[in-house]
Structures are given as C-alpha cells and as structure tokens.
Design a protein around this ligand. Sequence first.
Ligand code: NAP
Ligand code: 8YV
Length: 320
Amino acid sequence: MKPDLLLIGGTTPRVMEAIEERFTVHEGRKVEDWDAFLKDKGEDIIAVATNGHDGLKPEIMDRLPNLKVISCFGVGYDAVDARKAAERGIFVTHTPNVLNADVANTAILLMLAVSRRVIRDDSYVRAGKWTGFGAAPLTHSIEGKKVGILGLGRIGETIAQKLQAFDCDVAYHTRNKRDVPYRYYADLAEMAKDVDYLIVITPGGAATKHLVNREVIEALGPEGTLINVARGTVVDEKELVSALLDGRLGAAGLDVFEEEPNVPEALFPLDNVVLLPHVGSATIETRRAMGDLTVENLVRYIDEQTVTTPVPECQHLLKG
Ligand code: NAP
Ligand code: 8YV
C-alpha cells in the first residue's frame, strides 16, 4: 500500500506523475468539505507537498497527527510554521540554490526594464508614436551605479556577482556582516540613502515585515529605484504606493506584493513602475529543478527516513 500524501495547490505534470508513483495523492484543491476530509483521512496523511504561496495552514497541520514531512516547492517557506513542525519532529523541506540564477536574473531584468523604460518604449512603438513623434525620451543606464542589496544570502550573493558585469558598486545590509568584497551597512536606511537601487531579497514572515518602511523609502528618494523580488510583506506597500504617486520615490520594479494576486491599481498607470506576477523562478528549466528537489525530499523520506534540503529549523532532525 502506498503512503498518503496531501497536495496543497497545483503542481506540474512531472511532479504529479512522480508523486503518484510513490504515494496515494489527495488533492487539496478538490476537497469540498475540509472537516469531513480530515476526519476521514487526517490520520493517514504522512506527507504534504505544497508551495511557497499556499504553505500549510496551522489548523490543517494540527489535524494531521501522523504527518512526517512537508515538502515545499520554493525556497521561501514563510507560509509554513516550520518551528511548530520541528517541535513535532516533522521535516519541512524547501528548494534552495536551484533557483538562484533565475531569481537573480529577474532582479536585474527589473532593474533594466525600469531604468530603460522598456515597457513604456514598447508601447510607444506599438501605438505608432515612433512614426508620429520621433525618438522616445532618454532613459537611465544601470552601468556603474550604486546598488544596495537587502539580504545577501544565496540569491542576494548571486545578484551581487552578476552585477559585477555591469560594473555596479555593490553594498549590502543583513543582520550578520559577512566576509565578502561588498560594503556592509549595519543600518538599512543609511544604505538606502547612499545607493541608486535598493534590491530586496530577504525571506518573508514576521521578522522582516515592513523592513522597507517610509524612512527607508524616503532615504532612497526621488532619484532612487526599489526592486523587490523577495516577498511583498518586506515592503510597506501603502507607503511605497504613496511615495511613487508623490514622486518621493523615483521608480520601482516589483515581482511580489502584499496581497497576491492583488496589485494596487494605483500603480497601473505609472510608467516608472514595472509589475510582474511573482515569476522570479518561473522558467521551465528552474521550475523543473525545483519540482525534482521537491519530489526527492518526499521520496528520500519514504525510503531512508531522511531528506535532502531541510529548512534550518529542521536541520537538527537529520540523523548523524
Ligand atoms: P537565504 O540564503 O536564507 O538568504 C536570506 C538573506 O536575508 C540572508 O543574507 C539573511 O542574512 C538576510 N536576512 C534575513 N532576515 C533579515 C533581516 N531581518 N534583516 C536583514 N537581513 C535579513 O535565502 P535565499 O535563498 O537567498 O532566498 C531569499 C528569499 O527570496 C526567499 O526566502 C523568498 O522569500 C524569496 N524568493 C522569491 C522568489 C520570487 O519568485 N520572487 C524566488 C525565490 C526566493 P542574516 O541572517 O545575516 O540577516
Ligand atoms: C515560487 C518563490 O514562485 O521560491 C520561492 O520562495 O517565491 C518562488 O520560487 C514559489 O515558491 C512557488 O510556489
């Protein structure tokens, strides 16, 4: 008999095929009455496969008494209470590293798209304005500019490395200073004051909520650009919108929002803003690698009672 797995949210056909080979899969999306489902199947579920957006609601986790592993498709796991899971001896796993390059590319893509006004100029051509009004207005180069990175972890460091190709002067802010060739700022607002671009790439969750507040946004200022590829919650979105509307912030490139998939409509008319629907890692190649790692963690738990990439809160559950 195959063990029971609860799948939260959608997944790729490749992941579905792989998990169906080893598990009896219960699709959360098809559950109409959660109370009845959990009464009937709650005790049988030993594995959950989920993603960074849907996570696992605490009230559902509480009703899975034999749960052993929660495998999250994505590196950010702020939608899963990993501390509580660890206390119960449940492994939470995620997909670090395999997405570093594409998320870093998205950050740089947003820097370029905003600075070079790619969306505006594309519309200019499509609207026939090039023939009517001549050349489009000049834009800003990112070459040699000062970039502050909030969060210099796996992805932040990849962004820093890639920015060397643009001769950018890179600084960073984290809680712990690192041994890296970039200028460290212990104070985020100080860094924001000194840079042209602030790139946000920390985890989400309570500890980073609204780190980018009014003070930081104003320090970045009317010539500054904010790029957020982390989580919407890290930036105070109301303050961000009002600063952009008032011209107190120069521009923004945003892949993530506080209430996804809802994006503040006040941003829609602004051509100094580029908006993406949380697609930092959304390439066929990277999503395939993320899916394979999500499955590997589940299968290794079944075969070896261990996992490949536990989140830090669950690291101590690894044997040996
Ligand atoms: P990571 O390796 O764990 O790096 C996180 C960095 O954030 C570390 O440098 C950490 O340094 C810093 N940090 C954490 N809390 C902080 C705080 N309160 N103040 C300042 N710095 C803080 O994580 P990663 O793999 O680079 O991923 C980062 C995040 O990117 C994920 O958690 C996820 O939310 C987001 N992400 C988004 C997408 C997307 O599609 N847009 C894709 C992948 C990931 P210290 O501990 O020293 O402070
Ligand atoms: C994914 C992400 O979009 O890895 C993350 O933290 O935000 C993205 O790679 C998301 O997790 C997919 O569910």
